[in-house]
Design a protein around this ligand. Sequence first.
Ligand SMILES: Cc1cc2nc3c(=O)[nH]c(=O)nc-3n(C[C@H](O)[C@H](O)[C@H](O)COP(=O)(O)OP(=O)(O)OC[C@H]3O[C@@H](n4cnc5c(N)ncnc54)[C@H](O)[C@@H]3O)c2cc1C
Length: 461
Amino acid sequence: MSTPAPILVWFRNDLRLHDHPALRAAADSNASIIPVYLHCPESEGAWPQGSASNWWLHHALQDLATQLEKKGSQLILRSGKDPLVLLQNLCQETGAHHIYWNRRYEPEAIQTDTRIKTALPGKSFPGDMLWEPHAVHTQSGGPYKVFSPYYKALQQKGEPPEPLPEARSWQHPQTFPPSESLTQWALLPQTPWDSAFLDHWTPTLQGAKTQLNLFLDESVAHYKTLRDSPSKSGTSRLSPYFHFGQLSPRTVWHEAGNDESNGHEAYIRQLVWRDFAKQLLFHFPHTDTQPLQEKYASFPWLKNPDALKKWQQGQTGYPLIDAGMRELWTTGWMHNRVRMVVASFLVKDLLISWQAGAAWFWDTLVDADLANNSFGWQWAGGCGADAAPYFRVFNPILQSKKFDPQGTYIRKWVPELRSLSDAHIHEPWNAPSPPATYPAPMVNHAEARDRALDALASIKK
Ligand SMILES: Cc1cc2nc3c(=O)[nH]c(=O)nc-3n(C[C@H](O)[C@H](O)[C@H](O)COP(=O)(O)OP(=O)(O)OC[C@H]3O[C@@H](n4cnc5c(N)ncnc54)[C@H](O)[C@@H]3O)c2cc1C
């Protein structure tokens, strides 16, 4: 009996062994498996991975390679311009007849998949969503643009598919093709701006498991009440693991359960927001750079590099904004409530475009995700689906008093303000002796709000 030709399993944003439909199908086929990862930044269009994501990717690939070695396998790394060419070469070198992969839903990735499917015997499997975009639609067959009915439609579908168990073992080829070395790809920074990242993250499969268990044991029950407090460990901090696929949302859905009596349902709802954002980008592929609501394309944004820099560096003079931007720079992550407030500040108080904010987040977030980032920024800019209306402008002082009343979060990230009283920490300029090293507010919020509303009125005319 002849041995079946090997199968290439192409890993992408699914750097795990459990609930991996492509790997599982290949393992069940009895053919030998060659796991590959392709580094092709140019195939990502305008969105090659940013610096912080590259940091995560390096560690996640190193870990995946180790886990595969424990199974007697090897992760083959190849880089180039076009994944199709690299896969063609690998098929020729190894005699593989099939390529299996899990689907991605971003516009560039879909185009790549389509080209590969036309040229090679490829088979794709469901990617990292609870339900794929084509599985949920309105009664007229169109996509949802509002979250609540989308959520209802998902609830009516019942439980998402059960996660697939990890294959215990599978067949290996007698020899593996040559692999490039991960260090050659230079994903880690040349200057050590990432020194604090490893204090905050364990970017491995075990790290994902540990973080999930910690959250389920200690925090999910309080999720509803604590999720808006940036100084508390109230949210799961699983977003980078989801983005790189070290955890699948189906696994987390089934492990967390959907019990309405505590925080579980509120948590699952966030996973549905994630699906919602992904299906929006899938159905409206221009929304990574263009507003979904067309009238906002003519919004009179200001080009103000100095102001943008102050925002990026956490030097705006508004303590909550500066704490958030410094948390982002130091750890590659920012709490969701603070993301909303800093985004509103950039777009409304500074009148700098949401695209400029999205680009900075793209480079600095370890969880930078095209669908979630575009969705979050369009939400803040009031120009996306189900967005906050543009006329609703977050007041950075009131948000600070409401969500960080004792200033614990601010004190952690803005050391210049540590000695201020709770009463003055949100408005240091009112303190009897404001710290000399902390800047005065770069804009007057009340005036900036009026200016934003005038700009809005100008596009309504
Ligand atoms: C301007 C802006 C930009 C954002 N950019 C990104 C991004 O690039 N990548 C990213 O993963 N999230 C982004 N978010 C959404 C959200 O802030 C993060 O997902 C969340 O803070 C991650 O922390 P967590 O894992 O503790 O979240 P939890 O509260 O524990 O939520 C669990 C998971 O649900 C998903 N989720 C939570 N909130 C949202 C949301 N509003 N939209 C979509 N999915 C959500 C995430 O995958 C998250 O890990 C952005 C939000 C805003 C306002």
